[in-house]
Ligand binder design. Structure first.
Ligand SMILES: Cc1cc2nc3c(=O)[nH]c(=O)nc-3n(C[C@H](O)[C@H](O)[C@H](O)COP(=O)(O)O)c2cc1C
Length: 217
């Protein structure tokens, strides 16, 4: 179990040079203290009117290419991402007094990747994804239940295919920030920035080389 009094110091010189490797180490420790919710992250998007919106989604895979999640592409967030693919994620791991902030650019996962995740979902979740016009106003709960039941009846014993409006996204990270609470309250923050950007240039995604910097808490 993670011992909050023995967490290693968070230092730009000693964190893993790869933000995903560092994230993996932190995610492992977060799962020890909040196994049910460690993979929940808040996804922030921006509308064409410039207004931000945020909601929780589940992390469904991550690697050096980025962070994956699945949702309704016609939803509020899906429509915002279609117009403005810049987005941010926040993981809040209160059990270990840590936060991870990620910023980046979102793109669709391939049909094959979306299908593979869809096939792993329980049948009830699949029926819900068909039945729920996510983010729309619904007159009453009963209408949703009836729509889900109709989908179950329509497909009978056959597999429920992935609807065109449901699929995966990959957020390609361009910045990652770690925050670790300290008893002194002068907390630690370390940010990863693309090395090419730190040197004044442009960079291509995915980013392989990063610089780490301490930020004031
Ligand atoms: C812990 C948690 C995990 C969630 N995971 C997802 C998810 O993976 N995909 C999803 O579409 N909605 C998920 N939701 C629901 C969203 O927070 C949100 O209500 C929904 O996606 C509609 O958001 P929108 O209207 O901003 O598009 C989750 C909610 C919670 C509390």
């Amino acid at each position: 179990m993670v011992d909050l009094d023995r967490l290693p110091d968070l230092d730009p010189a000693t964190v893993d040079p790869d933000p995903i490797a560092q994230f993996n180490a932190w995610l492992r420790e977060a799962r020890e203290t909040q196994p049910r919710w460690a993979d929940a992250m808040v996804l922030a998007t921006v509308g064409t009117d410039g207004n931000p919106s945020a909601r929780a989604v589940l992390l469904r895979g991550h690697d050096v290419d980025g962070f994956r999640f699945h949702t309704n592409r016609d939803s509020h967030k899906g429509r915002e991402l279609a117009v403005n693919p810049k987005a941010a994620l926040v993981f809040l791991w209160w059990g270990v007094e840590r936060q991870v902030r990620v910023e980046g650019v979102v793109e669709h996962l391939s049909d094959a990747e979306s299908d593979a995740y869809w096939a792993s979902r329980p049948r009830g979740s699949q029926a819900s994804a068909w039945a729920s016009p996510q983010s729309e106003v619904v007159a009453e709960r009963g209408a949703l239940d009836a729509a889900a039941a109709a989908i179950e009846a329509r497909f009978g014993d056959d597999p429920i295919p992935r609807p065109a409006h449901w699929g995966g996204f990959l957020l390609r990270h361009t910045s990652v920030e770690l925050w670790q609470g300290r008893t002194s309250r002068l907390h630690d923050r370390v940010r990863y920035r693309p090395a090419a950007v730190a040197e004044g240039g442009a960079t291509e995604l995915p980013i392989r080389t990063w610089v780490t910097e301490r930020l004031a808490p």
